[in-house]
Design a protein around this ligand. Structure first.
Ligand code: KG4
Ligand code: ZN
Length: 345
């Protein structure tokens, strides 16, 4: 009989993390905060033909990959299924069909092994990635979160409590990178390609910063910035002028990233918090990473930055958030459903 109130909490549990919210089927194993394995099977190349993620293709790809990716993760961790103490899985936000593949698999595995199921909010996973970078990392810290669906600065006060200090009022930073990539004729996934192009460009195109001027609430807006890039390209085209794509990419990158970095450091200073972390796909951006490191150093703030592969979607971060939930005994019932959207708070 599966009873979620019967599970004992271990100090250093072995947790299998599973992630299938978008186009990556990922599995990872941690013991305590130590990462034992991390595997990803991605359908991104197949999706690239369509210029973005096609939900049906993603669901099918997950169905084909989920069993294999778990096998790989378990084997690379040097464990057997019987060693697993809990199964953590993304239950939202994301593509419903895609989420359901990972969630159903995780439910079946947790039930079979008679271990807790921990349903993880994908965004909380991005925030938890930093725990695997440094085993001694403890709240409080400020997190810069920037992914394809979210952009926010958060104050994590304890392992289970956080406050949203600011965020976007329209598009997310990653979404803007992807849209600008399309305008510049770059392939999906866009963010990394904008970064590549920006390396050979100059910050010389006048673009608005992504910050809404409002001292009360601290809000970012990426939709205006994206529109400014589109208008700049159209105007040049109408005048028959040649646009230097590298310069547009570089200028956009500055406009999109600089305020995020500045405001993150400012939040840490205002709150008297000495540590900054970051998570989400946009944090894989090399320019952002360098700028954040530089500004944190200048301000005497410690930066705990996950490696690039742990900023974009992965299962290690889901296992990490699973660990936080596990240690506070926050287990999920087997009838929990996937959710396409979950509010940040
Ligand atoms: O966290 P993530 O992998 O998936 C979501 O949860 O959304 O983030 C994906 C987003 C995409 O918009 C992608 O273009 C962006 O992160 N991204 C980047 C870079 N790598 C991924 N943006 C800028 N520079 C990069 N190197
Ligand atoms: Zn993500």
């Amino acid at each position: 009989m599966y009873d979620i109130n019967s599970f004992k909490i271990k100090e250093n549990p072995v947790i299998l993390g599973l992630e299938s919210s978008c186009d990556e089927t990922a599995a990872a194993v941690i013991r305590g905060r130590k990462l034992l394995s991390d595997k990803i099977i991605s359908s991104a190349t197949e999706q690239a033909k369509f210029g973005g993620v096609v939900p049906e293709i993603a669901s099918r790809a997950h169905t084909e990959a989920v069993d294999e990716v778990v096998r790989q993760a378990v084997s690379a961790a040097g464990i057997t299924l019987k060693d697993i103490d809990a199964v953590a899985v993304t239950y939202g936000a994301g593509l419903l069909g895609a989420l359901l593949v990972g969630l159903s698999f995780a439910k079946a595995l947790a039930y079979t092994l008679n271990v807790p199921l921990i349903a993880v909010n994908h965004i909380r996973g991005h925030m938890a990635a930093a725990y695997l970078v440094e085993e001694s990392l403890k709240p409080p810290f400020i997190t810069l979160l920037a992914s394809g669906g979210h952009t926010a600065i958060l104050h994590t006060q304890s392992y289970t409590r956080f406050e949203v200090l600011g965020g976007t009022c329209d598009d997310a930073a990653g979404e803007a990178f992807d849209k600008v990539a399309r305008v510049l004729g770059l392939e999906y996934p866009g963010g990394v390609n904008v970064e590549r192009l920006a390396k050979n460009g100059k910050n010389c195109v006048p673009l608005p910063k992504c910050l809404v001027k409002n001292s009360q609430t601290m809000q970012f807006s990426y939709s205006g910035l994206k529109t400014a890039v589109i208008n700049f390209c159209h105007n040049a085209e109408q005048k028959g002028e040649r646009v230097v794509k590298e310069d547009i990419a570089c200028s956009f990158q500055h406009a999109a990233v600089d305020p995020l970095v500045a405001k993150t450091v400012e939040c840490a200073q205002k709150r008297g918090v000495k540590t900054v972390t970051a998570g989400g796909g946009v944090i894989a951006n090399g320019y952002l990473r360098e700028a954040l490191a530089k500004e944190c150093k200048k301000a005497g703030i410690k930066l705990v930055l996950p490696e690039k592969g742990f900023c974009t979607d992965n299962a290690a971060m889901i296992a990490a958030e699973g660990l936080i939930q596990y240690l506070s005994g926050n287990f999920s019932p087997l009838d929990i459903n996937a959710k396409a959207q979950i509010p940040l708070k």
